[in-house]
Design a protein around this ligand. Structure first.
Ligand code: CMP
Length: 145
């Protein structure tokens, strides 16, 4: 496998969501991520318009929680990042815990910082393919180091 392709398969994308950002947990969450061995490839603080949040979560458009999700994700600042590590997608989903914090394992980011299924502190890509799509949604090639 060419070196570049191999590296891509070991990247994931994350967002610290508006609830965690507003509650002042961004620094603690980034610390956990870095200490777990993820390298920061790209990082930015930004905010999503309703249109952009709707686009990012378009796959959930038909779900009953879509409107609530879009409203929440456009409520305030977020931190977006591309992360690199062997087995990045699976390892990162393990680090953040189940989507519903009530079901997340002790010590996971959602167990530590999330309040509910809808407002669950952090996003992590669910596949290598989506990691690439989601990273490209936020970052240009020049922003990835
Ligand atoms: P995330 O991993 O970012 O991917 C989709 C998001 O939709 C998910 O985290 C939750 O924030 C949200 N979500 C998923 N299921 C529900 C639900 N049943 N009710 C409200 N929000 C949900």
């Amino acid at each position: 496998m060419p070196a570049k392709q191999k590296r891509m398969s070991n990247r994931t994308f994350t967002m610290i969501k508006p609830d965690a950002f507003a509650n002042g947990h961004s620094g603690a969450i980034l610390d956990i991520i870095i200490k777990a061995g993820f390298r920061l490839v790209a990082l930015k603080m930004t905010s999503l318009s309703e249109a952009k949040a709707g686009e990012f979560y378009a796959v959930h458009r038909a779900r009953p929680f879509y409107g609530e999700l879009v409203e929440f994700m456009s409520r305030g600042p977020i931190i977006a990042a591309i992360l690199e590590k062997d087995n990045a997608v699976a390892d990162f989903r393990k680090l953040i815990g189940a989507t519903d914090p009530a079901k997340a394992d002790p010590g996971t980011i959602r167990k530590l910082f999330a309040a509910s299924l809808g407002e669950n502190a952090i996003h992590g890509s669910d596949s290598d393919e989506n990691a690439l799509i989601e990273g490209d949604f936020f970052f240009s090639g020049l922003e990835k180091v």
